[in-house]
Design a protein around this ligand. Structure first.
Ligand code: FES
Length: 222
C-alpha cells in the first residue's frame, strides 16, 4: 500500500438534523431528529480539518493524494473509534458516500428477520467482494460498510435505522430511497418488489486495526 496515497480523514464530527438533496454526502434517519440513533456524520474535508491544526498543515497536506489521484480512486483511511454503536458514519470515497456503522447485537438479529423479504439473502449474486458474500455482507458481522447510492437510478437513500416508525410494522431498520420507493435492510440487501435491481454496493476494504478501515483497497489490492 502506498502510504502517501492514503487519504486521511480528520476525526472532527458533525451532527446534522436533515438530508440535503441528492449530490450531498450528508443524510439523516428522518426529518424528525432521532435522539436515540442520531446519524453521525464524519467530516469529509481534510483541508478544512487540517486548517484547525495550524502548524501541522504543511505536513498533513504533503500526505494527501493529488486531486488526480483522488479522482482515480485513491483509498481512504477512516477512524471509527468515535463512532457510537447504532449510529451512521458517512465518509467520502471516489466522490461517493460510504456508510459505516457498528451494528448492535439487536441489529444483527433484526437483519436475520429480513431474509424472507430481500432478493438475495445470502449475497450469492456476484456483486460484492468475496469476503462480503454472506448474510451481513461484511468482513465483521458488526461492522457495516456500504456505498450509500441506490442501485436504481443513483439517488442517495434515507437512513431509517429504527425498526418502528413510519416504515410499517414489518420494518426492521434499513434505508429507504424516496426517489422511487426502493428499500434496503441494514446489510444493504434490497427488498423484493422494489425498483432497485440489486443490493447496495460493498466497496473493497480492509481493517488496518480494530478501529481503522481502509476503503478502496482490500488485501488483494483491489
Ligand atoms: S433511485 Fe432509488 S428508487 Fe429510484
Amino acid at each position: 500500500m502506498d502510504f502517501a496515497a492514503v487519504h486521511r480523514y480528520n476525526p472532527g464530527l458533525l451532527r446534522i438534523p436533515a438530508i440535503p438533496h441528492s449530490g450531498s454526502l450528508l443524510m439523516s434517519d428522518s426529518k424528525k431528529p432521532d435522539k436515540a440513533r442520531r446519524n453521525l456524520v464524519v467530516a469529509t474535508s481534510v483541508l478544512g480539518g487540517a486548517a484547525t491544526v495550524g502548524a501541522a498543515v504543511p505536513f498533513v497536506a504533503s500526505l494527501l493524494p493529488s486531486e488526480r489521484a483522488k479522482a482515480a480512486g485513491a483509498p481512504v483511511e477512516i477512524d471509527i473509534s468515535k463512532l457510537p454503536p447504532g449510529e451512521l458514519g458517512i465518509f467520502e470515497w471516489r466522490g461517493k458516500p460510504v456508510w459505516v456503522m457498528k451494528r448492535t447485537p439487536q441489529m444483527l438479529k433484526d437483519i436475520k428477520k429480513d431474509d424472507a423479504v430481500v432478493v438475495d439473502p445470502h449475497s450469492t449474486v456476484p456483486q460484492q467482494p468475496e469476503y462480503a458474500k454472506n448474510e451481513f455482507r461484511s468482513i465483521k458481522p458488526e461492522i457495516m460498510v456500504l456505498v450509500g447510492i441506490c442501485t436504481h437510478l443513483g439517488c442517495s437513500p434515507t437512513p431509517k435505522l429504527q425498526p418502528d416508525g413510519d416504515m410499517g410494522s414489518e420494518w426492521q431498520g434499513g434505508f429507504y430511497c424516496p426517489c422511487h420507493g426502493s428499500k434496503f435492510d441494514l446489510a444493504g440487501r434490497v427488498y423484493k418488489g422494489v425498483p432497485a435491481p440489486k443490493t447496495l454496493e460493498v466497496p473493497p476494504y480492509q481493517f488496518l486495526s480494530d478501529s481503522t478501515i481502509l476503503i478502496g483497497e482490500d488485501k488483494k489490492g483491489a
